[in-house]
Design a protein around this ligand. Structure first.
Ligand SMILES: NC(=O)c1ccc[n+]([C@@H]2O[C@H](COP(=O)([O-])OP(=O)(O)OC[C@H]3O[C@@H](n4cnc5c(N)ncnc54)[C@H](OP(=O)(O)O)[C@@H]3O)[C@@H](O)[C@H]2O)c1
Length: 299
């Protein structure tokens, strides 16, 4: 790993900082873009070099990104509206000819597949996003691939399922007593523990090749409602009430309804076969048990 060169993280939030800590521990120089002075300070304290800039501040380029020859982990989400990723456009417009990275690992989502009626989906399935959120992601994937071809930069895309981990659990939602969708309408979903996602990111840099696309999830899917029940049980909270979809449409937010309206089961065989990751938490119960133990340890 240390033989690999410098790293630049665009969108250095929760996943990015976890990834950065591992890269720094293995001796890699890591830079990141930060859009607030507070985040810049946090990242500097963690040992990263920081360039301050906001991908939403107009379409002028961000100066001084140390991209030449680097591995770029692009983890910033698209903006909240529209059907295209204007943030990615600003980033790509900031890479002067001659400063191309060696490789870009792009963190996409499984939302690009849209609703698949609960079918098993591998990477050969057509991406047919059913929400504008999914369209922006697919726009980003396509744009990055085109740019990579033009500028001779290897691009690896990770289509990541729901991420769970410390601070990434629906505990507030459960405490508020918000309902979920009852069977048989409950959507099928997949998840990945954030620590395993970081492992996959590192493996994608090492083993992923230009044009590669990977579904990223653990080895156990299930319904969204079963997920909420499992989290409730693990954290000794009441299980949420289950209601039919028709009723949910009247009381849940449009965002929640859009999540509940997409059902698919992900095939992660390519991730295992090509990236050779050994998941620490192949099943949800194991990941949740570790999170409960961690919560108890931290008081
Ligand atoms: N949550 C899930 O279940 C899930 C599933 C699949 C994929 N993903 C995607 O995986 C990626 C990483 O997730 P995460 O949990 O690490 O997300 P996160 O903590 O929200 O990190 C995203 C980072 O992007 C930065 N960013 C956003 N807009 C920016 C802008 N205009 N200019 C510069 N930086 C900007 C944010 O900056 P600030 O720190 O200033 O906000 C933040 O540091 C995201 O793209 C996420 O959408 C998430």
């Amino acid at each position: 790993m240390s033989a690999l060169g410098p790293v630049l993280i665009i969108g250095c939030g929760d996943v990015g900082l976890r990834l950065a800590r591992q890269l720094l521990a293995s001796g890699r120089p890591v830079s990141a873009l930060a859009r607030s002075a507070e985040r810049a300070q946090e990242l500097r304290e963690a040992g990263l070099q920081v360039v301050e800039g906001d991908l939403d501040a107009g379409d002028h380029p961000i100066e001084g990104l140390p991209s030449a020859g680097a591995t770029v982990y692009y983890l910033a989400p698209p903006p909240g509206g529209g059907t295209v990723d204007t943030r990615l456009r600003v980033f790509l417009g900031s890479i002067e000819p001659g400063n191309e990275p060696a490789k870009v690992i792009y963190m996409s989502t499984t939302g690009v597949y849209g609703d698949c009626g609960g079918a098993l989906i591998d990477e050969t399935a057509e991406a047919k996003p059913t929400t504008a959120r999914g369209q922006r992601r697919l726009d980003a994937e396509n744009l990055l691939r085109q740019w990579g071809n033009l500028r001779k930069v290897a691009v690896v895309v990770l289509r990541v399922a729901g991420i769970y981990g410390p601070g990434k659990l629906p505990l507030n939602r459960l405490q508020e007593g918000q309902p979920v969708i009852d069977d048989p309408e409950a959507p099928q979903t997949n998840r990945i523990h954030v620590d395993d996602l970081v492992q996959v990111c590192l493996a994608a840099e090492e083993k992923g090749e230009d044009g590669d696309l990977f579904n990223v999830c653990d080895d156990e899917g299930g319904t969204m409602s079963a997920y909420f029940d499992a989290v409730a049980d693990a954290f000794s909270l009441p299980r949420p009430a289950r209601i039919p979809m028709d009723q949910a449409r009247q009381i849940l937010s449009p965002l929640m309804i859009s999540y509940f309206s997409e059902s698919r089961r992900l095939d992660n065989r390519r991730m295992h076969e090509r990236l050779r990751v050994s998941l620490r938490y192949p099943r949800l119960a194991e990941g949740l048990a570790a999170l409960v133990a961690e919560t108890k340890e931290n008081g």
